[in-house]
Design a protein around this ligand. Structure first.
Ligand code: MN
Length: 231
């Protein structure tokens, strides 16, 4: 079989300590998974079931990249997140078996056009383009769970130009990784290559051209993103 236009390249993220890369199938993201962030977004952090949104696979950006300030926003926000990489698929996965489906973990930054997202919320429109724009998913080198295990606690922090903006702990997640995987697998059949961004702690805020944004997760790694001029 041949294609009528050239087939697209496989989107991928780096793997720590390896030349090999992890192919990306889909990117799922959890909304409001830290109570203090839910509160700052004006929501009551009841332990309601997690909800999900997505980004295109080819929105991924490696650690160290310069990202042109995206179009159609005056309020680009950072969100520090633990990223889960699915290595074995499944549906209706039990929470107590869910970590067996995780290949590894990475440090992520869920870039968000916050003004567009706020308008979408008001107008009851979808979030797709406020969350899933080009280069909106910064994801650093994945570390295999076979090396670091499954982090359930550890500091997650983000700084802009060296000033601390987010400072939380993975243990503060309303729904920990195994529950997120279990819930998501009730909605879609998970497949190898799926990534899950697991939500952000409190302290989200804006990035402007010229900013340097660093995200660090204890025991997982760190990423740096530079914001370039409007592209
Ligand atoms: Mn997020």
């Amino acid at each position: 079989m041949s294609f009528v236009i050239p087939p697209m390249e496989t989107a991928s993220v780096a793997v720590s300590g390896s030349e090999d890369r992890f192919p990306v199938r889909r990117i799922f993201c959890v909304g409001r998974n830290y109570a203090a962030h839910a509160r700052e977004m004006g929501r009551d952090p009841d332990r309601e079931p997690p909800f999900f949104f997505t980004k295109p696979a080819d929105a991924v950006v490696d650690d160290g990249a310069t990202i042109p300030y995206p179009p159609q926003t005056e309020n680009l926000h950072y969100e520090a997140e633990l990223v889960v990489a699915i290595g074995a698929g499944g549906r209706d996965i039990a929470a107590d078996r869910a970590l067996e489906h995780v290949w590894g973990y990475g440090v992520g930054n869920d870039l968000t056009r916050r003004d567009m997202q706020n308008a979408a919320k008001e107008l009851r429109r979808p979030w797709d383009l406020s969350k899933g724009f080009d280069r909106s998913a910064v994801i650093g080198p994945l570390v295999p769970a076979s090396e670091i295990g499954h982090p359930s606690k550890g500091r997650i922090s983000l700084s802009v130009n060296g000033e601390m903006k987010q400072d939380g702990d993975l243990a503060e997640m309303i729904w920990p990784v195994q529950d997120v995987v279990a819930f998501l697998s009730q909605s879609v059949a998970l497949k190898p290559g799926d990534l899950i961004m697991t939500g952000t702690p409190a302290g989200v805020g804006a990035l402007v051209p010229g900013d340097r944004c660093d995200v660090v997760i204890e025991g997982v790694g760190e990423i740096t993103t530079l914001i370039g001029p409007r592209g």
